[in-house]
Design a protein around this ligand. Structure first.
Ligand code: C5P
Length: 223
């Protein structure tokens, strides 16, 4: 394998309601992070997995993942971007392709990991999986008054894993300013073209209680 996968898993998960850090919330009796890492490890290109965990949960996360796959576990940061930077700094020499994948996208199929990595291997410096936007999108201003309707055909919803030539991601993080919610955003700021590949409905991000309920159904159906 020529791929390292960074898994930011240090978020609190406030939108999911009160409870454990999000990556440790249970889905079918196992933490979201366990599901995510199992599927990453099943992708043949993957050589190294680095998880950024809540600082208070490092040992718990190491114990949890030991039976799942060989992983490095490092403390995450206050923002997702800091967690990714910490994981990136822990990647050993070797892998030339780095993917960043949210633990919250617990049911992401190994095939999506392979397709993103494959597009980087084929020469794209930055690759993101995307889905078309199904809802009409409006821009709204003060007082909940509509300012305008956005052209949906030009919009995409962005998932993870996002894939990068290692040097490109390292340079983007070194130059990073204010925290962004995704790594491709940092790379875009460097003027690097970002290429889109088809995403997967199963790579949904478990964010709100509804997502967790949906993920329970998908898991029970064999995904
Ligand atoms: O909050 P959100 O769903 O956007 O988080 C996306 C991913 O980033 C989650 O897997 C979460 O655990 C991770 N994260 C992190 N460190 C933070 C905040 C979020 O690793 N400080």
């Amino acid at each position: 394998g020529d791929v390292a996968v960074l898994v930011p898993a240090a978020g609190a998960g406030v939108r999911l309601g009160p409870g454990a850090p999000k990556a440790l919330r249970l889905l079918g009796g196992e933490p979201l992070l366990v599901h995510a890492v199992r599927r990453i490890a099943a992708a043949p290109s993957v050589h190294t997995i680095v998880v950024a965990a809540p600082a208070a949960e490092l040992d718990a996360v190491r114990r949890l993942l030991a039976p799942v796959a060989p992983v490095l576990v490092v403390p995450g940061g206050a923002e997702r971007q800091a967690s990714v930077a910490a994981a990136l700094a822990a990647v050993p020499p070797g892998p030339d392709i780095v993917l960043v994948h949210d633990a919250a996208r617990a049911l992401t199929p190994p095939e999506l990991v392979e397709s993103v990595a494959g597009a980087v291997r084929a020469g794209h410096h930055a690759v993101i999986p995307v889905l078309p936007v199904v809802d009409t999108i409006k821009e709204v201003g003060a007082g909940e008054v509509v300012l305008g309707t956005v052209d949906r055909s030009a919009l995409r919803a962005v998932q993870t894993p996002q894939g990068f030539r290692r040097s490109v991601l390292t340079a983007a993080h070194a130059a990073a300013g204010d925290p962004l919610t995704d790594d491709a955003g940092l790379v875009e700021k460097q003027g690097v073209p970002v290429f889109c590949v088809p995403g997967s409905e199963y790579a949904l991000k478990v964010t709100r209680p509804f997502d967790l309920a949906l993920a329970e159904h998908l898991l029970a159906a064999g995904h």
